[in-house]
Structure formats: C-alpha cells, structure tokens
Ligand binder design. Sequence first.
Ligand code: FMN
Length: 291
Amino acid sequence: MASLPGDSIRIAREYLDSLLVESRIVGASRPSARFDFLGCTFDTPIMTAALSHLDLSGMAEGARMANAPVSIGMGGNDEMGKVLSTGAKVIKIIKPYADHGEVFSRIRFAQEHGALAVGMDVEHAIRADSPEADNINGLQMKLPSLDDLKSFIRSTSLPFFIKGALSVQDARRCLELGCAGIVLSHHNGLMRCAVPPVRLLPKIRAAVGKDLLLIADGGMESGYDAFKALALGADAVTVGRALMPALKENGAQGVCDVITAMTNQLLAMMYRTGSPDLKHIDPSVLWEKDR
Ligand SMILES: Cc1cc2nc3c(=O)[nH]c(=O)nc-3n(C[C@H](O)[C@H](O)[C@H](O)COP(=O)(O)O)c2cc1C
C-alpha cells in the first residue's frame, strides 16, 4: 500500500534502517542487559508500549515472565486492577481526558494498587489532521495546560511520564514540571511528518542530562532497533505492534518469547560492540548509511 504523505512510521523506519553498527568484538566480554529502573531491577530495557483494546493482562503477564517493565494505555480502573494483579511492574499511561475527574481517579487507583508509575499521552489530545480535540470511544479529550499537568503530577507520589514529548523544548518543560521521564513518541504517526523519536535522542539527552528518563517509542521491531535507540541515549524502549501477533496467537507466553528474543538480539549486538552493560554503549559505534 502506498505510504501517506508525512507518514511518520515510514520515516522513523527509514531512519532506524539508515543506522549501521561497527564491530568492537576483539577482547569483548559477555554483556548484561540488567536494567535498574524506578527502584526495580529488570532483565531488559525492552518494555511493552502503552497499548489498549486488547488482552492487557496477557501482555503484562508475558512481560512479567520476561522480567520486563510494562506500560499500558487507555482503559478503566477495573482493567488496570486486573493488569496489576499479574504482579507486573506497570506504568499506566492515562488519556488526556477533558474530565479531570477521570484522570485523578486513575492516578489514585494506580498509586493505591501498586503501579510503578503513571503518565499521560498528551499527543492524543488532538486529532491528527485537524486542530479539534479528539474524542475516543465517546470520551472527550483536551490538551492539558501546564497548570493542569502540574496538578496531575503533584497529586501523586508516583513517578510521572509524559508520552508524546518530541523536542528539546518539550523535554525541558517536562523536567520543569517535575516529570520523572518522557516517552518520545509520534503515537503511530498521529503526528504527521514527525522527526523520528530515535533521531531526537542525542539532542534531548544533551539538554536534560540524566535528570529525565528517556523512553523511545515507535517502530521497534528487533533488539537491533533497541540497541540503536540505547546507543543514542534512550534509557529504555517500548514495543507495541511488534508484540501484537504473538499476544494474539500465544498469549502471555508469546509476549515473553518476543521480549526474550529481542533482548537476545540486543545482547548479541552489545557483545559485538564491546558494550558490557546498558550504561556503556558507545554512540560512536553507529554509522549513518550513505544515501
Ligand atoms: C492497538 C493499539 C492501541 C494503542 N493504545 C494506546 C493507548 O491507549 N495509549 C497510548 O498512549 N498509546 C496507545 N497506542 C500507541 C502505542 O503506545 C505506541 O505509541 C505506538 O503503537 C508506537 O509503537 P509501535 O510502533 O511499537 O507500535 C496504541 C497502539 C496500538 C497499536
């Protein structure tokens, strides 16, 4: 099928594919993908994306089996409760509901029921091709003001992530607001003509240093994609669509298998590039393909 003009998914894919990796295998030691994140230790920085309208409990259970963090998207507190009861370490991404009661109720529930963190996908507040506020399944969205965001963040002791921040300016604002981190995302092309999230990582990392956790979202199809994002400054990556067929076919085990396979690819690339752990992936191993 012909790609749409401004197709951010295709643009991001082309950017990831344009990055090549040199080998630094001579004398390398076997690496570890141990991931220390928000006070927990995981076996991988490859986490599930904030998906919705599918078997989120199966997805969370699969990530738990792989000892990976989970983010989940739209849904009510009942569904969040089922996901949390799997024992997975969950970041609940809350929609930018116009009704702030909906937002506060989910933040409160997440905190009371042991979520790892909460966040908001501000990128879904407005429609893709018009400036109107979005309406998702009959629920009205509204882009929160800075004061709104401040009140969400201050209402909880949980770390707060803003999903959809996609520039140095956005990242700096999130830091000033008191966010723990951002998810760099164009939300499946909802933002047209988007700079690939991974391409923005070095600039954002240089601007915010270690003060903000950076999670790269969008188009991660392999551990090699994850490696490139980590080399460019991401703390973690999310995987959405690439998990969905396995979830549908094999449930939690399918999700666990995909995360494990991607983590093995990541580890293979870390080994070949002499990267002993996640904190020591040298960005200079990456090359830009001649165009
Ligand atoms: C079926 C589906 C449902 C999604 N639901 C949400 C959601 O509720 N909240 C959210 O922040 N993002 C949602 N997303 C977007 C994903 O979190 C992610 O940003 C996007 O899919 C890009 O990642 P991917 O290329 O790995 O799929 C959804 C994506 C898909 C495919």
